[in-house]
Design a protein around this ligand. Sequence first.
Ligand code: KG4
Ligand code: ZN
Length: 355
Amino acid sequence: MLIIGIESSCDETAIAVLRDGRQVLASKISSQIARHAPFGGVVPEIAAREHLNSIQPLFDAAMKEAGAGYPGITLSDIDAVAVTQGPGLVGALLVGVSFAKGLALANNKPLIPVDHVHAHIHGALLGLSDKVAEAALPCLALVVSGGHTNLYLVENPLDFKLIAHTVDDACGECLDKVGKLLGLPYPGGPWIERNAAKGNPDKIAMPRTVEKKSQMEFSYSGLKTHMAQMISRLPQPIPEDQVADMCAAFQREAFQQLIRKLEIARGKFPHVRSIVVAGGVAANKTFRSMAEGSFKIPCHFPEPEYCSDNAAMIAALGWHMLNDRGPDAFKATDWDVYPRYPFENYKFDSTGAHS
Ligand code: KG4
Ligand code: ZN
């Protein structure tokens, strides 16, 4: 079964073609980082216009790559179109959704609306062998990106129970904001990692945020404010070696919080077989080695190309949805969104467990 994935929720336009939900025949990504960097963050209007410019050429390139082997792949060979329907920037989403709708309607294909955050989890499973991916569930899945810090209990490939989320900033957002305060380029996360590699995390004391043992929620605004105050008290420009030490101490504390929460969740859900970490921050090598040494069960991280936004993860989740509900459930003429973020279904009790 061949599925086209389309992603345009933020600052990456992406198109992928997958066979049977796991074999990536093509995965094309056009990043807009350079366009947004002068503004220090994503400008929604620019993002939408850039998606509009890149989506058709990217689609053509992905189809060419997917069909590189004889006898090639044409639109008539495609079984369905899967597209990110949210969450994301409205203008940006509109470009991908409109393109996908046109493609599905004109070619009489099912149109599958995919949740971007859930899809990140499938992105993390893509690089694993079929056997390892199958053995990974049920898992605890942490999606840690510029927009989200969400922890899910995933019992099966389509069952995402949100068990904790950030009460303020996302982890990646905090890295980006502190990076900006330190004068590093956008996005801050990778630059903090680069600087941290030259620094000593023990040289600068960090506050322990969200200390309460049973508390599952994440919080990053306290750490961000601490860094902002520290930076404002220092004479500028801050010497390079001091920036390196600050980056090392700050990122370690940011990641330790993720690991502490995962440990709490692991205690609450002892039946899980693995921990899956996804989203842009999962690209951080220090975080990977901290997490890999922390749990007795396997800890899966995505291949680098599937950490940030991509369309292979959209097609992967779309394939599971199509298998589960069949093509008639996804008629392009019946397009509708499906409910996401069902907070009301998962009430938190004082121990952080959902009911
Ligand atoms: O998943 P993603 O590409 O987009 C969103 O859906 O948000 O994640 C982007 C986030 C940014 O905050 C960026 O700074 C962070 O991922 N990031 C990193 C690294 N690479 C990207 N954070 C830490 N270390 C990295 N190597
Ligand atoms: Zn994302």
